[in-house]
Design a protein around this ligand. Structure first.
Ligand SMILES: Nc1ncnc2c1ncn2[C@@H]1O[C@H](COP(=O)(O)OP(=O)(O)OP(=O)(O)O)[C@@H](O)[C@H]1O
Length: 300
């Protein structure tokens, strides 16, 4: 199995602050990676580096074995669509459909037409008059119809209605199956998107907190909920990622897997033990209760 994207010890600093800090990551060719994390976590920065729109301050970014920055043949294999995609003022959809295939050797007119119809994108309205959701829909057309070997979708859903989101998922999965490629998708709509992901990476404050196959997510942590005192007692010898308290009751997301003795003690004390969802895990790793040093072991 080869990797389409290799990122080694990458730091991207802006002045004194680091948008990415010593990030290492491999993305297998022909897989879908969910890139998750809070606002400002570093997702867009990472995608910009992979797309060759920016250079790391230190470390190495490679796409199909080449550094993408100013490397024309590699750039031709990558598309990045982002939430703030800009178009010339006078452009309407027809202009986009005329220009996009020039930069996308694998462009699919059929996929573009299907998405445009399914997401009801107007063809004659100037794009600068588009609604937020219609702008996202155009970006999705560019992202999927390009069939780029590395497709980077940075929060593609902004403003998109639920019908359009489902339609996008259906077309993405169908076209990805027929024409495998490497897709990185960042989103805050975690529950809706998680079925797409082969692997998930959680970033927080520029560092990778978790990098696991999707099926390994439930084994990363568990949630205790019940009377505050009992939860505190059970959690005391574990790494608590995120505690939530309402008067008298508490829930805590805890790193690792619950063993038999914890389960039986929980049962005796009216505390429920549940497996963690991906959304809970992302929220927990973004919690200020988490110290990076506590979770260094969470990378797999
Ligand atoms: N050009 C820049 N100059 C200074 N700081 C920047 C620049 N670009 C990004 N940053 C900072 O780097 C950090 C990471 O930003 P980034 O856009 O990568 O986050 P993100 O995970 O994509 O967030 P969101 O989910 O809100 O889109 C943020 O603190 C941001 O303010």
């Amino acid at each position: 199995m080869t990797n389409a994207i290799e990122i080694q010890s990458v730091t991207r600093a802006y002045g004194g602050s680091k948008a990415l800090c010593d990030v290492s990551l491999s993305v297998r060719e022909g897989s879908i990676l969910g890139l998750l994390g809070r606002n400002g976590a570093g997702k867009t920065t990472l995608m910009s580096l992979v797309a060759g729109q920016d250079r790391p301050s230190s470390g190495r970014v490679e796409v199909f074995g080449e550094r993408p920055y100013e490397h024309e043949s590699t750039l031709a294999k990558v598309i990045l669509v982002r939430d703030n995609q800009r178009y010339p003022d006078r452009y309407d959809l027809r202009d986009v459909l005329r220009i996009a295939p020039v930069y996308a050797p694998n462009w699919s007119t059929e996929v573009a037409a299907e998405l445009i119809e399914g997401m009801r994108i107007p063809s004659k309205t100037p794009i600068k008059k588009f609604s937020r959701g219609q702008l996202s829909a155009v970006a999705i057309v560019l992202g999927l119809a390009s069939r780029a070997p590395v497709t980077l979708l940075d929060e593609p859903y902004l403003g998109l209605d639920v019908t359009a989101r489902r339609f996008f998922h259906d077309v993405l999965l169908r076209d990805y199956t027929a024409h495998p490629r490497t897709i990185v998708l960042s989103t805050h709509l975690i529950e809706e998107s998680e079925a797409l992901f082969d692997r998930v990476v959680i970033l927080d404050r520029g560092r990778i907190r978790l990098d696991v196959a999707s099926e390994e997510v439930p084994g990363q942590a568990f949630v205790l909920s019940g009377p505050s005192e009992a939860v505190d007692r059970l959690a005391s010898s574990h790494t608590v990622l995120a505690p939530h308290t309402v008067p008298g009751l508490k829930s805590a997301t805890i790193l690792g897997t619950p063993d038999a003795s914890l389960r039986s003690e929980a049962g005796r004390n009216g505390v429920q033990v549940a497996s963690v969802s991906l959304q809970e895990l992302v929220a927990a790793f973004g919690s200020d209760a988490v110290k990076p040093s506590l979770t260094e072991g969470a990378r797999a």
